[in-house]
Write a protein that binds this ligand. Structure first.
Ligand code: SAH
Length: 233
């Protein structure tokens, strides 16, 4: 599941440049029975299977011998992943990500062997692999030197608790629709101001909850009041 996504674009470039290294472990390699079983029935009955603790813990402990990295369990019951948590994690020397399957992992794994639980959203996926890829991608693009200047992450949505401003590229008129005049003006101060304004408008319209945590200057606050009153269309 991991080989193809990790061989693309930014993640691959980071690996090629030697900035990150990704090791994938197959839990079946940490089983000791003929059928290499990693799941079992739930105590108390009910549908679905649970991931057995032994192979998981053997894997985690083996990885710990090599590097004492923080252990993160992907689970819909974890803290929702945010850009700011991804940024913090991008500063760690390494992390170990545990992917669940079936109905999830034995509770004792979660309680005693995991440092942090992360969710990628309020919906259920079939396994932790895709969530792990989401986490890895979000983190890697924030490691210094991974993104070139040409695609800096500073203006990205959520970096400042704001959604990003609208973007345009050529042609200047497409099927009769124009690029906003200000972007063609060459006036960098005006462009900066327009982008900030559009960022506020979008965030107010789509994600007003984000603004509560945004760092705003007095000037920003004035602009937002103006937008709320219907000004600066
Ligand atoms: N029965 C569990 C869900 C199991 S889903 C429950 O209700 O909590 C199977 C596995 O997929 C989980 O162990 C987890 O590793 C992964 N997974 C599913 N949805 C996820 C999400 N939103 N975020 C992170 N991991 C998720």
């Amino acid at each position: 599941m991991f080989s193809s996504p990790f061989k693309e674009s930014i993640i691959w470039r980071a690996i090629e440049k030697g900035i990150v290294k990704i090791n994938i472990y197959d839990l079946r390699d940490f089983t000791h029975d003929r059928h290499r079983v990693t799941d079992d029935y739930p105590y108390g009955g009910g549908v679905g299977m649970i991931m057995k603790p032994e192979p998981l813990i053997e894997a985690i402990e083996k990885i710990k011998e090599k590097s004492p990295a923080r252990v993160i369990l992907m689970t819909p019951q974890g803290k929702p992943l945010t850009q700011s948590r991804a940024r913090e994690l991008s500063q760690e020397d390494g992390i170990t990500i545990v992917c669940g399957r079936y109905e999830g992992v034995d509770e004792r794994v979660r309680i005693h062997f995991v440092d942090e639980e992360i969710s990628v959203g309020d919906y259920i996926l079939s396994g932790g692999e895709i969530p792990a890829m989401v986490l890895v991608d979000a983190i890697i693009r924030l490691i210094p030197d991974v993104l070139g200047d040409e695609s800096s992450s500073i203006d990205d949505s959520f970096s400042q608790n704001l959604l990003e401003y609208p973007q345009y590229t050529r042609p200047v008129i497409f099927k009769g629709y124009n690029v906003p005049e200000v972007l063609l003006s060459g006036n960098h101060e005006k462009i900066r101001e327009w982008r900030r304004m559009e960022s506020f408008k979008r965030t107010l319209e789509r994600r007003p909850d984000l603004l509560e945590n945004a760092e705003l200057t007095d000037e920003d606050k004035k602009l937002i009041e103006e937008i709320k009153k219907g000004g600066r269309k």
